[in-house]
Design a protein around this ligand. Sequence first.
Ligand code: PXG
Length: 290
Amino acid sequence: MKIFIDGKFCDESEAKISVFDHGLLYGDGVFEGIRAYHGRVFKLKEHIDRLFYSAKAILLELPMSHAALMAATVETCRQSGITDGYIRLVVTRGVGTLGLNPNRCKNPSVIIIADKIQVYPKELYDRGMDIVTVPTVRNLHSAVNPAIKSLNYLNNILAKIEANNAGVEEAVMLNSEGYVAEGTADNIFIVRNGALCTPPLAAGALYGITRQTVIELAEAAGRKVTEPNLTRYDLFNADECFLTGTGAELIPVVKIDGRVIGTGQPGPITRQLVQNYHALTKTVGEPIYP
Ligand code: PXG
């Protein structure tokens, strides 16, 4: 495996950053999680676009152009021999002094790792997953905006711990008004009477790239997709439910807070969308080995 750090490729054992990097000291930075399928980097442009938006929102000037970041991501996959895998692109504020002041950090660092990821146990993709709503609420827009994919994931990690303590793999986070926001690293959809609903981005959801892909796939199949505010009531009364994310892909949800959703089995519309998603990954993406 070769890791890209600030324009150079190095071996895993040499891939190190300074203890004075503000990414480590303060979680000051942004990241992307990207997948490669069948020798192509899936939705790469969309991920780099979002990285730029996240960086802009925290006033971090990326030291590479959009095109250079795309090329470096593909090259990292090539150098690591990846055809199917997971790419983690991290941009930190860089090395500074102790103390928050980001002005002391002169050079942001860009790190790209291409490896594997298995977010949830494989059998849950067939059987469906149990999830719970948790006490930790999604960050307020007026605090660290949840649209920013920042290195500060403690809000979500606390929710994940609460889910794990409840004996399940994933949490549904509500926002401070009690509306459904998203999972800890995935967006949520429900199916009701053949139509799909997913919380609006203003409810505290990340602008999920898989979410957008699923909206497009569902609409192409003639299904209506709306983005209303959803409550726990809406989740409990759904015919089907599933989560979407680059890591998670599409995973059916069959129980929420101990209540059975729909038939208690992954639903037909969810299954169809899973198939359509995997079909899309065969043709879409930047070729790694052109
Ligand atoms: N919400 C949050 C809070 C996320 O972090 C998503 C939704 C789904 O977005 P995408 O664009 O991926 O469909 C995410 C994505 C990891 C990992 O390393 C995390 C994510 C994606 C991939 C890997 O844990 N988060």
